[in-house]
Design a binder for this molecule. Structure first.
Ligand code: PLP
Length: 286
């Protein structure tokens, strides 16, 4: 079992130097990415990830030079060649390489790079007992709906969380909670789940889509997609985060103060269980 890379369809060693100096991903962050979980040698929710990837490409006007079937086969190839059972596939497409100039160069060919790494095993202690978050200002650009390589605001936020000993930083713009630096955030009040609507201010997370459109209706849990304040979040009955790596993470403390009882709530736990069942179903786990 070993981590591997793939460049434009060919398997490479991760240590190989394969990207030219003037690739625009490298110079401008001019590109998009996706991360898909591998459970039991199978990609979870891969079609949803690829659909979102094509949307990100369209929004940045980067030509889609790989078909859906090709991308699926590259994911399968990486899993097969690496022998990785549980891990994650990272995919990135940049506008390509050309002499540095801000506007799109003509006749430039997008470049696909991918990698697979093992791990990302669930942090059972946090999954069961909950994690801590901090609340900080959202200083990112206004197209957070695009999964672009430009992640400086997210990186700086996550670093603040790390330095505060917290699992995640949740972002607030104009008095409203948007999302986490690498997750969506949901609050439960009086049996209703609240989350920011999908507009330009947040990423439409695949995990969020699965929970809001599939699991919550199945569990008869009402969801309201409306912005709410940091005070609302801190006063919620339950808070949880959603994300491909984060999965369903109960939040038991915000800025050092307990969320209600300080234990993962009932609705969060129901969603955790339903999410686990879906993974087992889709990835044929025993
Ligand atoms: C800013 C941001 N929001 C939300 C998410 C969750 O999205 P997904 O469930 O597709 O992983 C991510 C994931 O990386 C993210 O970076």
């Amino acid at each position: 079992m070993r981590s591997l890379g793939l460049v434009d369809g060919k398997i490479v060693d991760l240590a190989e130097n394969v990207v030219p100096m003037e690739d625009r991903g490298h110079q401008f962050g001019d590109g998009i990415y996706e991360v898909t979980r591998v459970y039991n040698k199978q990609c979870f929710a891969l079609k949803m990830h690829m659909d979102r990837m094509y949307r990100s490409l369209r929004e940045l006007r980067i030509p889609a030079v790989y078909t859906y079937d090709e991308l699926i086969s590259f994911h399968e190839l990486l899993i097969q060649e690496s022998g990785i059972v549980d891990g994650a596939v990272y995919l990135q497409i940049t506008r390509g390489a050309a002499p540095r100039t801000h506007a799109f160069p003509e006749q430039i060919v997008p470049r696909l790079t991918m990698s697979i790494r093992p791990g990302g095993a669930r942090k059972t202690e946090l999954w069961e007992n909950g994690a801590q978050i901090i609340v900080i200002p959202d200083e990112r650009w206004l197209r957070c709906d695009i999964k672009s390589l430009n992640l400086l605001g997210n990186i700086l936020g996550k670093q603040k969380a790390k330095e505060a000993g917290a699992f995640e930083a949740v972002l607030v713009r104009d008095g409203q909670v948007t999302e986490g630096t690498s997750s969506n955030v949901l609050a439960v009040k009086a049996g209703v789940v609240w989350t920011h609507p999908t507009n330009n201010l947040i990423l439409k997370g695949i995990t969020r889509t699965i929970v809001v459109e599939q699991l919550a209706p199945k569990l008869d849990i009402p969801v309201i997609e409306k912005p709410f304040s940091a005070e609302f979040l801190k006063d919620a009955d339950e808070v949880f985060l959603l994300g491909t790596s984060t999965e369903v993470m109960p939040i038991v403390s915000i800025d050092g103060k307990s969320v209600k009882s300080g234990k993962p709530g009932e609705i969060t736990q129901k969603i955790q269980q339903a999410y686990q069942e879906l993974i087992d179903e889709e990835c044929h786990r025993a």
